[in-house]
Design a protein around this ligand. Structure first.
Ligand code: MN3
Length: 199
């Protein structure tokens, strides 16, 4: 299996004013494409060729840094585009809402912790909601890592690399994270990943 760049599930200008057309042109069309191209080149001839993306990510972690960084970021971005939608935020499917309250205390606490995880991720990385030991929990990871390589299943992630927000928010990472969680999240897709992980 080789990596391919998916189309965005909405127009490049569909997430404005919270994420600009220019950001998505750079982030999707250039940054994600580079992970796909480099990942395919680095995958060739390795023991992971022909495996699923999740298996490549987990298998190459700690063993092949170049491949892991690109495959990890390909996995993260594939979902990142789908974790957002125009007119996002809003109502959360009931079973997921219950699991979030159970794992994080309340919806408000989850949002606060999710933003805090992104703000305190030093340098590049991601903030996450993940299912770990049967509970929804907030996590943060560096660079191309995800909960997948830390014993958990990601259900929502926010890219806090500067390329994700600097055009629109400059250095205001907290404002970007707040806009993401309040205005952009596609909770139906989060629920889909939660349901698959909770099985
Ligand atoms: Mn990115």
């Amino acid at each position: 299996m080789s990596f391919t760049l998916p189309d965005l599930p909405y127009a490049h200008d569909a997430l404005q004013p919270f994420m600009s057309k220019e950001t998505l042109e750079y982030h999707h069309d250039k940054h994600h494409l580079a992970y796909v191209t480099n990942g395919n080149n680095l995958l060739k001839g390795t023991e992971w060729e022909g495996q699923s993306l999740e298996d490549i990510v987990k298998g190459s972690f700690g063993k092949n840094a170049g491949l892991f960084n690109n495959a990890g970021q390909h996995y993260n971005h594939l979902h990142f585009w789908k974790w957002m939608k125009p007119n996002g935020g809003g109502a959360i499917p009931g079973a997921l809402e219950k699991a979030i309250i159970d794992g994080c205390g309340s919806m408000e606490k989850m949002k606060e912790d999710f933003i805090q995880a992104g703000v305190t991720q030093f340098g590049s990385g991601w903030s996450w909601l993940a299912l770990k030991d049967g509970k929804v929990t907030v996590m943060k990871t560096a660079n191309g890592e995800s909960p997948l390589v830390h014993g958990a299943q990601p259900i929502l992630g926010c890219d806090v690399w500067e390329h994700s927000y600097y055009i629109d928010y400059r250095n205001r990472r907290p404002d970007y994270l707040k806009a993401f969680i309040d205005q952009l999240v596609n909770w139906d897709y989060v629920a889909e990943m939660y349901d698959a992980a909770a099985k």
